[in-house]
Design a protein around this ligand. Sequence first.
Ligand SMILES: Cc1cc2nc3c(=O)[nH]c(=O)nc-3n(C[C@H](O)[C@H](O)[C@H](O)COP(=O)(O)OP(=O)(O)OC[C@H]3O[C@@H](n4cnc5c(N)ncnc54)[C@H](O)[C@@H]3O)c2cc1C
Length: 401
Amino acid sequence: MAIVIVGASLAGANAAETLRSEGYQKEIIMIGDEPDPPYERPPLSKGYLLGNQELDEAFVHPMEWYREHTIDLRLSTSVTALDVGDKRVRLSSGERIGYDKLLLATGARPRPVDVGGARYLRDIRDSKALKSLLTAGTDVAVIGAGWIGLEVTAAARTHGAEVSVVETDSLPLRRVLGDELAAFYRDVHADKGVAFHFGRTVTSSDGASVTLDDGTSVPADVVLAGVGVSPCTELAADAGLEVDNGIVVSESLQTSAPDVYACGDAANWFNPLIGARMRVEHWENARQGGMVAARAMLGQQVSYDWIPYFYSDQYDVGMEYSGWVGPGGYDRVVIRGSMDSREFIAFWVKDSRVLAGMNVNVWDVQDDIRALIKAGYADGATVDLAKLADGEAALDTSLIA
Ligand SMILES: Cc1cc2nc3c(=O)[nH]c(=O)nc-3n(C[C@H](O)[C@H](O)[C@H](O)COP(=O)(O)OP(=O)(O)OC[C@H]3O[C@@H](n4cnc5c(N)ncnc54)[C@H](O)[C@@H]3O)c2cc1C
């Protein structure tokens, strides 16, 4: 019997690594339906797509690492069924494997759009294909002004392509960042010559242009859809596990079935620090969640009380964001620094508690931002808002009122 990990992913690889570093010596089998060993996806829309990062750098470990750590890595293989009664999974090869503990790290896949010829960006093959198309003079239409859409936009403009972004909302990233910071990202792209079509959708494509729902025709040799992802939950749902916007897990990442755990993009977990259920589609959640799930599978008492974190790079604008703000969950945004010079920290605040913070082209401040957020959630700590906005005041817990 073994620990079986479904998804040769960032989360799965971090779980396997933690199992070994915590001293687990029995069999680990990791099964992934992609042909590549676990890799990090962020370069697919940034460094690799821009042509300044090699793909090799994206792999979590080289292949030898899995052999050295006796991890039985089975690639190009799907898990097609899960029997939680018999504690077995069935593989696309027909083989059945028993498990002591099972980790579902199945990730997410892009939501489809009903536009012929639209491309998506999730895996290495998508990125390679897209990269070959982003050349000077190419017309690119991006459907959806979320993180993936905007990062592809930045890469395409950097390659010299002409880019139009079609977005149903009135600003990019509005649901994540709110109006104030969404307008900032609109301006970053507009300054680079990106044409935005807000409040619109694409209804059709003919290979050279797309038509919008108001009849406008927009040139488009390439159509890239980035309208969000859906968690890969079929395996769990078919096995009778509780699924609701992801595989539902406890604060120790345990599913509704005994000895079955889930983490990463696929999991909807209860975060005891924030006091809410959440499903997070970001790199650091895959890393942290994989580590916590491994410890949980080893029987350790764990509580995944982690503050969500992510980052994005677009042109020369780099950012990191920590925190959790539900829709309409903040009453003001406090800015420390200068948005005009594109070097600032934005704080989302409610009743003088810091819920989230985003540093833009300002570095080495995440630990301090996270300490303020943690104090707000754990102890209800409020901060002095004038000092929070004052770049001369120390950015630490002395801001707590
Ligand atoms: C282009 C791109 C750029 C990104 N940039 C950033 C960024 O800048 N910052 C950030 O924080 N996050 C970023 N992300 C998000 C981040 O990459 C994801 O949150 C992370 O990959 C999630 O890891 P995961 O291990 O949960 O799942 P995934 O990476 O989705 O891996 C799951 C794996 O499981 C496989 N699988 C699913 N079902 C089965 C099955 N039944 N049998 C076998 N295998 C199966 C899937 O094919 C996949 O290989 C980016 C994502 C993309 C696509």
